[in-house]
Ligand binder design. Structure first.
Ligand SMILES: CC(C)(COP(=O)(O)OP(=O)(O)OC[C@H]1O[C@@H](n2cnc3c(N)ncnc32)[C@H](O)[C@@H]1OP(=O)(O)O)[C@@H](O)C(=O)NCCC(=O)NCCS
Length: 141
């Protein structure tokens, strides 16, 4: 499994009216990080679109000047879908993630319809990773 890591500096322009990191900004950063993980694993970025953002929950406030670290990795690959787990950390909160979400992407053909991606992946042996695989391999409703 390949983990993509990016860091961002929280600046005044990223804050909400409480003076903490704005949800919309956080979501944008996490979506971008997850997109990068999916596109890297697919070895192609121009045919990847996001179809679902699952359970985006903000667990802790983040202050101006903090550096946040975002990690993302492909947790499930179906026929045309790729589901990526994204997590955010901030030094103040140690190893506890302050956000975890899962984004599903679909690869499209030139006709705009789903087509198989380039990822060959099997259910992982690692039980922690297999939990994700089992969860995301269930058909969405
Ligand atoms: C992506 C899109 C083409 C999928 O169309 P669709 O008719 O749902 O396609 P399908 O039913 O054939 O599903 C394709 C795959 O996506 C998965 N999928 C579809 N909707 C999903 C959802 N809401 N959550 C999770 N997975 C989903 C299916 O399970 C299937 O996976 P598989 O091939 O690995 O088994 C269509 O929903 C779309 O164009 N959405 C807009 C995308 C977009 O503009 N995103 C924002 C900009 S990035």
């Amino acid at each position: 499994m390949c983990v993509t890591k990016i860091s961002r500096l929280v600046r005044v322009a990223n804050l909400n009216h409480h003076g903490t990191l704005f949800a919309g900004e956080t979501a944008k950063w996490v979506v971008e990080a997850c997109f990068i993980a999916a596109a890297k694993e697919n070895k192609k970025s121009d045919n990847v679109v996001c179809v679902n953002i699952q359970g985006l929950q903000f667990k802790k406030p983040v202050e101006n000047g903090a550096i946040v670290d975002i990690e993302s990795f492909v947790a499930y690959a179906g026929r045309t879908s790729i589901t990526v787990v994204g997590r955010m950390y901030c030094k103040k909160y140690g190893k506890q993630n302050i956000l975890e979400t899962a984004l599903t992407f679909v690869t499209l053909g030139e006709d705009g319809k789903p087509e198989p991606h380039n990822i060959k992946m099997e259910r992982p042996a690692d039980p922690d990773m297999a939990v994700y695989w089992d969860r995301f391999s269930k058909k969405h409703v």
